[in-house]
Design a binder for this molecule. Structure first.
Ligand SMILES: [Zn+2]
Length: 368
């Protein structure tokens, strides 16, 4: 095993507002021994967690780690301690069976996935050459080969304040913000209907959702300021600039029908770079190995997509063949009473062990 101090990495320097970045470390472990020069398969799991948020909504102490009713409970159980446990168990079982693999396997336990992805960017500096990477996010056991991306946006509307005893002297931003809200919701519905992928059979493969609406600032004044912020999904292969243009045009169409907004146009801001969509071809070794792993563990083939961002996008940007696979249900992640079924962890253990054995098939000498 090796500890990778982020302070020594280029990733830390460009990590923006990542907290305490120079005090944190990744942990990289190898199956049996590291044999530099051999091809490398990497299993990536993140050890950071999101905060507890509303502790009052939890039925147990949030970090209890309690085992009860066939589940392990607590923050991080599904996102992603369960996946990490499955990977380590899988390697332990191969070791106990005396399996020698024709490639090296590294398990990288990274920090910062929930914030900037700095941990995985740093391990890419240490291990840039990989046959592929399995990212251990909860997929309910599906092999995820595609994910939509997203952009975060804010729309700011300016009105005119007035004393609320004479509100007719003001220009209220409230109704204008909600007209934009409704127009964006329609845009989201149109995109959901137009942009489909059989691997993402959800109500939308490219969710457009508004997370905050902020209007006014003083109870006795007509709101002179209003804003709304949210995310718009991006389809794999879709041009990011086209997505920005579609959202901007939607806001402009509302403004064009409002005399005040014609003279005081709303401002659309893009809050950061967002997350890019990614895709790994199903012909790639990492996908075939995981798919065979599922079938050798007695399960059906399940190749799917996801609408959430994770470190897989960073790995794909670096050209690494990547698939996401892990036990447990994403709906328990980032929520109160986070938990993972022990049976799901065991099943994932079998799939990962079989997947690594199946990956060895690519190294079998040619039969004449
Ligand atoms: Zn998460």
């Amino acid at each position: 095993m090796e500890r990778q101090e982020l302070a020594t990495t280029a990733a830390a320097i460009s990590a923006g507002d990542e907290p305490r970045v120079t005090e944190r470390e990744n942990l990289i472990g190898y199956y049996r021994v590291h044999r530099p020069g051999l091809p490398l398969v990497v299993i990536n799991g993140h050890i950071d967690v999101v905060p507890v948020f509303d502790e009052g909504q939890w039925d147990r102490e949030p970090y209890s780690g309690d085992r009860a009713d066939g589940f392990v409970h607590g923050r991080g159980a599904v996102d992603t301690k369960g996946g990490i446990a499955a990977a380590l168990w899988a390697l332990d079982s191969l070791d106990q069976a005396g399996v020698e693999l024709p490639f090296d396997v590294a398990v990288e336990l990274v920090v910062g996935e929930e914030t900037t992805g700095v941990g995985t960017r740093a391990t890419l500096e240490r291990l840039p050459n990989r046959l592929g990477t399995i990212v251990l996010e909860p997929t309910s056991g599906a092999v995820v080969t595609v994910a939509s991306g997203l952009l975060f946006f804010t729309v700011e509307v300016t009105g005119r304040a007035a004393h609320t005893s004479v509100p007719w002297y003001g220009v209220d931003t409230g109704p204008k913000v909600f007209q934009i809200y409704q127009a964006l919701t329609r845009l989201g519905d149109e995109r959901a209907a137009a942009l489909t992928d059989v691997r993402m059979p959800f109500p939308s493969a490219v969710p457009l959702a508004i997370g905050t609406v902020d209007i006014g600032g003083w109870r006795a004044a007509v709101p002179a300021r209003g804003s709304l912020s949210g995310r718009i999904g991006i389809m794999p292969g879709e041009n990011v600039e086209d997505v920005r243009a579609a959202l901007t045009a939607c806001v402009e169409s509302v403004a064009a029908a409002d005399p005040w907004l014609v003279d005081h146009p709303p401002v659309v801001c893009w809050d950061n770079e967002g997350l890019r969509s990614w895709e790994t071809p199903e012909s790639d070794q990492v996908v075939i190995a995981l798919d065979r792993g599922r079938r050798r563990a007695g399960l059906d083939s399940r190749i799917e997509g996801m609408t959430a961002g994770c470190d897989a996008g960073i790995l794909r940007d670096a050209g690494i063949p990547t698939a996401v696979f892990g036990p447990g249900d994403m709906r328990y992640a980032h929520s109160p009473n986070e938990k993972i079924a022990e049976a799901d962890v065991l099943e994932a253990t079998q799939v990962i062990a079989h997947a690594l054995l199946a990956w060895s098939d690519f190294f079998e000498p040619e039969q004449s």
